[in-house]
Design a protein around this ligand. Sequence first.
Ligand code: HEM
Length: 194
Amino acid sequence: MIMGKLKEATREQHENLESIVDVMNKMFNRDDYKTLLTKFYRFYSTVEPLVAINDMKAAGLDLDARRKSHLLEADLNALGSSDEAARIKGTWSGAPTIDTTAKAFGVCYVMEGATLGGQVIMRHLKQHLDITTENGGSFFNSYGERVGPMWKEFIAITTAFAETANADDEIVESAKRTFDSFANCFAESATATA
Ligand code: HEM
């Protein structure tokens, strides 16, 4: 059962990330939020284009409907950070290697799973910073009320692929490397470009 293995193998990394992505902190302000978005953008705008969209389509996953870089870009524009977004686009030098479809599924697991915390984060942003989907919160809103169905679909496609390709270990290893890559990207200064 690939999904159970993924969750178990990355539980600790997720817990660490929740404390690094310190968005639920009461002291978290609008500038902190902009910095947070630039870090997410740096990661997503580098990693998303590295996933072979046609190979994923062949495996049943339509990534066109799951892209998120443009949401981050729109949020940074809404918050007046468009210059910063242009400067850091695609500059994350520590992206995971994605040279097989199995590795791509591990990467997508991390990026799709990140939508699950979005609802909680959105409530917090609205309450404390008056940020909504329309004025800078479209990334964390992601699929809105379709977050659940989109995740269920992702589970079904990933499970089918893993069974056919017999690729559990490769998917799990890739997910772990992706969590590491994300954490490293966060540890870098928001203004770093290499
Ligand atoms: C403050 C930040 C975060 C919060 C509050 C949060 C919260 C959550 C929640 C509530 C779930 C659902 C757990 C469940 O239904 O069992 C979840 C799952 C998940 N999150 Fe996060 N998350 C955060 C950050 C992130 C980030 C930055 C990433 C990746 C870049 C991430 C990746 C995942 C993944 C992959 C899952 C799926 C776990 C599974 O296999 O069921 N999360 N998160």
